[in-house]
Design a binder for this molecule. Structure first.
Ligand SMILES: NC(=O)C1=CN([C@@H]2O[C@H](COP(=O)(O)OP(=O)(O)OC[C@H]3O[C@@H](n4cnc5c(N)ncnc54)[C@H](OP(=O)(O)O)[C@@H]3O)[C@@H](O)[C@H]2O)[C@@H](O)CC1
Ligand SMILES: Nc1ncnc2c1ncn2[C@@H]1O[C@H](COP(=O)(O)OP(=O)(O)O)[C@@H](O)[C@H]1O
Ligand SMILES: [K+]
Length: 508
């Protein structure tokens, strides 16, 4: 499922006409009907529904929606919130069909009058503005939105809430606060940003008859359970442990043995063939009870943390994961640099590894084997020198620029996790919930991702699959067994069994 910017959506619209001869008014009819079909799931016959109609094509959709619902006997009051001369093009066509069908529309004259209707309403449908919004809301839409947001009605939006930008990087806006949004054709970027996501409420995407084979490709999409089902490698009947990857994890310290223990256990539960933990000798006895299946190598230590430049013990592996519980000492930094430079294998770098990485990004750039970085927004801000605010406002472009500049795969974690390849492809995982907002979740994710990396040739599939498996495990645990409050990262590790059993018959 593609994720689009406003401009990409307009390009699709044009391709529908140019390549397949689908005229705008046809598309508007099918969009409006698809939205109405979706919205009726939330509307009862006795509900009083107000449809607010604006000047552009979003308003045109509003006329189709209002007509469709009136034809089906719903109690609809349509309000045109802009002067009549503003209704042009396809929207004008659908206004005329609406009127010719025997329905009437109320012209907006004052907020007071509209408020009288609002007071009796159960549901407000916002078809005032869609992807064509520019700048802050102007009156009368601004005052209507403010009034609607203050009411205790069910608010539904068409395509996206009026006033909300479709794209990233815009923070100066006021918007309709929807409880539910029916998104047309493809989710817009703003559905995945922390500062804009809440305005959508729950949302669903409806198909409107765009000619999918003729649309210009978009390099950005959602990665979901069905994608995992499709791409998760089959564990062949005749496979052996070597077929599923031989990995080494470098990290842990005397006072922080838990991170690598969790990452290691998550990797084991995610099917890695052979796992070695490279850590300080004095931490091995506390880590090993959780990782009976793993082997250990002890690394040089200084004051309980990893140090030195020796990497010979780390050769011969299919992949390296580094950073979990490694600490932020100068010794750890030296070791990281030696490994990043000297070990030629796919490498995942997380947590304390990312802290040290900032000063050696040019070394990362020179690596021959793929490098995967898994920062949360704070770690990514540290790596890039941007503020966390900037990262959260424009995570798609910040990720893409960084991944291209340093030739890395980037997993920018959060409620919407954005995965970017060096050549700019992006996948978004929205699975998981706030039960994961706890220390340790990132370690578990690293372990799963590392195991996935070792079991497939497609790194983007591995990363998408690992994120979805992590998030879906948290979801099923909080549906059945745990609350979001008590869920622990270690519960997620044990919950992986069920996810792998059920997510794909291929992995049984
Ligand atoms: N594939 C597609 O593309 C399809 C698109 N479809 C639908 O079309 C929608 C996009 O339609 P669109 O391009 O006409 O833009 P839209 O959001 O209706 O707004 C334009 C109007 O808003 C006004 N306006 C702008 N900023 C404002 C502000 N701050 N405050 C107040 N007013 C402001 C501006 O007025 P002006 O500045 O010109 O006076 C202009 O008249 C899309 O979201 C979807 O619903 C589907 O029907 C089918 C397939
Ligand atoms: N509210 C949330 N909804 C969905 N996923 C979340 C949420 N909060 C955190 N996560 C996920 O939990 C993990 C947290 O990772 P991270 O911040 O590195 O944790 P830590 O370093 O404390 O282990 C990431 O995979 C992130 O996507
Ligand atoms: K809208």
């Amino acid at each position: 499922m593609d994720i689009v910017t406003a401009q990409e959506m307009y390009e699709w619209d044009r391709a529908a006409l140019d390549a397949a001869g689908i005229e705008g008014k046809m598309l508007m009819e099918s969009a409006g009907r698809a939205v109405a079909d979706d919205m009726v799931r939330h509307i009862r016959k006795q509900d009083k529904v107000i449809v607010l109609i604006g000047s552009g094509n979003n308003g045109g959709d509003g006329f189709v929606i209002a007509r469709t619902l009136l034809n089906r006997g719903y109690d609809i009051e349509a309000w045109q919130v802009v002067p009549d001369e503003k209704i042009t093009g396809d929207a004008r066509v659908h206004k005329e069909i609406f009127m010719a069908s025997g329905f009437s529309v109320r012209p907006y004259s004052s907020l007071e009058k509209l408020m009288q209707s609002f007071q009796r309403a159960d549901i407000i449908i916002d078809a005032m503005l869609g992807i064509g919004v520019k700048g802050r809301l102007r009156n009368p839409i601004a005052e209507i939105v403010e009034a609607a947001n203050g009411l205790s009605v069910f608010r539904m939006a068409v395509d996206l809430p009026s006033g909300l930008p479709a794209d990233e990087g815009i923070v100066d806006f006021d918007a309709f606060h929807a409880d539910y949004t029916t998104v047309i054709a493809a989710p817009k970027m703003s559905a995945f940003l922390q500062h804009t996501r809440p305005y959508y409420g729950d949302y669903r995407i409806v198909e409107i008859g765009l000619p999918t084979r003729k649309l210009p490709p978009v390099n950005r999409g959602l990665w979901r359970k069905e994608d995992v089902r499709r791409t998760l490698p089959v564990r062949g009947k005749n496979s052996h442990k070597g077929s599923h990857g031989k990995g080494v994890m470098v990290g842990g310290s005397l006072l922080m043995p838990g991170s690598i223990a969790m990452a290691g256990r998550a990797a084991l539960r995610s099917g890695v063939g052979l796992l070695t933990i490279a850590t300080v000798e004095r931490a091995i006895s506390s880590i090993s009870p959780y990782l009976q299946e793993a082997t250990f190598v002890d690394m040089e230590e200084k004051e309980g943390a990893l140090t030195g430049q020796a990497t010979d013990q780390l050769s011969g592996y299919d992949g390296v994961a580094i950073g979990m519980g490694m600490g932020r000492t100068r010794g750890a930094k030296r070791l990281l640099e030696a490994i990043v430079q000297g070990v030629d294998a796919p490498m995942l770098i997380d947590a304390d590894g990312l802290y040290h990485l900032k000063e050696i990004l040019d070394v990362v750039k020179e690596r021959q084997s793929p490098t995967v970085l898994t920062p949360h927004p704070g770690e990514f801000a540290h790596l890039t020198g941007l503020s966390i605010r900037d990262v959260l406002q424009s995570p798609f472009s910040c990720s893409r620029e960084f991944a291209a500049k340093y030739g890395v795969y980037l997993v920018l974690k959060g409620p919407s996790t954005i995965i970017t390849s060096p050549d700019g492809k992006q996948r978004v995982d929205v699975s998981g919930n706030a039960g994961l907002a706890k220390g340790g979740s990132g370690d578990v994710l690293s372990g799963i991702l590392f195991a996935m990396m070792l079991q497939t040739d497609s790194l983007m599939d591995a990363l998408g699959n690992g994120c979805v498996i992590h998030g879906c495990t948290a979801e099923s645990l909080t549906e059945e067994k745990h609350s979001k409050t008590d869920l622990l990262a270690s519960d997620v590790i044990e919950g992986l069994s069920r996810t792998f059993r059920t997510i794909s018959s291929a992995s049984r």
